[in-house]
Design a protein. Structure first.
Length: 428
């Protein structure tokens, strides 16, 4: 008789923001105001669709970015999918993307029948290298997606110069950088379309949601057409081009949950103060790293001001600590009560999905399939270690320090002293 498989209780998965250093960080992400608006919306049965609170949040986002159009979606990935769909990315196209980012930045592209083309980061930095973008442009390039990773804005002047020269539109993934500025402009308002995640760990949270914003009527109308089924009835579409397809559009539903957007509307009011506190903490920490030769702050793009501060990466120079491996240093810092890590983002070209390719649509079909070249000149070639030496070298040096959102007095000084003790122990 076949043996019964033992049933095990699955692990609970909760992904919302929480302080990593209780006692030194006084921040509570969600408070009474968020609970109040959820209760009020529930009692009004404001539970689905483009409700008054949803539309007010979108209007405030338009004012925040200075863009004409904005619409909420169910998550940041859906905002990026909507952006690529809006730009008419499809079979046979290529989209240039940094290899150091979360998979959702480029995940929608193969699902649209197009191929990702990964690019290097700037030397001694974490954002995409404009020079490498230029090198990777082909006749198939349909879009460029840049990521303001961990809150560090990209060099948007150089990137937009490439866009103007080539006519290739730019998508800004701002999922880490809510409220970051580039030469006085909110990131997400500089390229052709901006995308934000409002997921539970983000500095501006809806629990699960996202938002897309643009000045391009075609991109906006197509985003509505794609995923706003039953919401489009004469209220969202700007032009008459797709009016005949209302109200069902493509039949897809990417709408955000109104209760989440209600939470986000409260969080948006807190964003400036949160960025100020996080920014001050990071500046204190980076100033303190000046006398710690083995840990180097990551430079910001000229004219930029960080925001969101989704993480606090620095670069580790093992030679300055006698060749001590990064993992040993992290272990020593953790032993002093400071949660340090190597981060959790793998380089995308190393993921089996992109490295080896995948039969995405089954039966040997799809843009990253090793056996299909239907819409391309050759099957998916895949990637290997060594294809991105600058980014790979940077990735091997990354070390993440804790991000405090409402630091207690002298918190930065206490953390820096614990880091120094950890470095001393690791070097012995």
């Amino acid at each position: 008789m076949p043996t019964k498989r033992k049933q095990t209780q699955p692990k609970a998965f909760v992904q919302t923001a929480q302080s990593l250093m209780k006692g030194l960080d006084r921040w509570r992400q969600v408070g009474a105001d968020e609970a109040r608006i959820v209760r009020e919306m529930t009692l009004r049965n404001e539970l689905s669709g483009g409700t008054p609170v949803v539309r007010a949040f979108e209007e405030n986002w338009r004012k925040f970015t200075g863009l004409k159009y904005a619409i909420t979606v169910c998550n940041g990935t859906a905002s990026l999918y909507s952006a690529f769909f809006g730009l008419k990315v499809g079979p046979g196209d290529e989209v240039i993307c940094p290899t150091y980012t979360w998979i959702s930045t480029i995940g929608p592209v193969p699902l649209l029948g197009a191929r990702p083309v990964f690019a290097e980061c700037v030397r001694d930095g974490i954002t995409i290298d404009p020079d490498d973008i230029r090198r990777r442009i082909t006749k198939r390039t349909k879009a460029i997606v840049v990521v303001h990773l961990w809150g560090w804005p990209c060099d948007m002047d150089a990137i937009m110069a490439i866009s103007r020269e080539t006519g290739i539109p730019v998508v800004e993934d701002c999922s880490h950088a809510h409220g970051a500025l580039y030469k006085g402009r909110v990131v997400g308002s500089i390229g052709h379309v901006g995308c934000w995640s409002l997921q539970g760990t983000k500095p501006l949270s809806a629990g699960e949601a996202g938002i897309i914003a643009t000045n391009d009527t075609e991109v906006f109308d197509r985003a509505c057409l794609l995923g706003q089924v039953n919401r489009m009835v004469g209220m969202d579409l700007v032009t008459n081009r797709y009016q005949h397809l209302q109200p069902l559009g493509t039949g897809m539903k990417f709408r955000a949950h109104p209760l989440g957007v209600g939470i986000a509307s409260i969080q948006h009011k807190k964003l400036a103060a949160l960025n100020k506190r996080r920014g001050h903490f990071v500046e204190q920490m980076e100033a303190g790293l000046a006398d710690i030769p083995c840990l180097k702050p990551i430079a910001t793009a000229p004219g930029s001001k960080r925001g969101g501060y989704y993480g606090f990466p620095v670069l580790y120079d093992s030679a300055a600590l006698g060749g001590v491996p990064r993992e040993k240093l992290i272990e020593a810092i953790n032993a002093e009560g400071v949660p340090a890590s190597a981060g959790f983002y793998e380089l995308l070209h190393r993921l089996p999905y992109f490295r080896d390719g995948f039969d995405l649509f089954g039966n040997g079909r799809g843009p990253i399939c090793r056996t299909d070249s239907t819409n391309f000149d050759a099957p998916w070639p895949g990637y290997k270690d060594g294809d991105f030496p600058v980014t790979e070298a940077m990735h091997a040096r990354l070390l993440f320090l804790p991000m405090l959102s409402d630091p207690a007095p002298k918190a930065a000084a206490r953390i820096l002293e614990a880091i120094r003790r950890g470095i001393s122990m690791a070097g012995k």
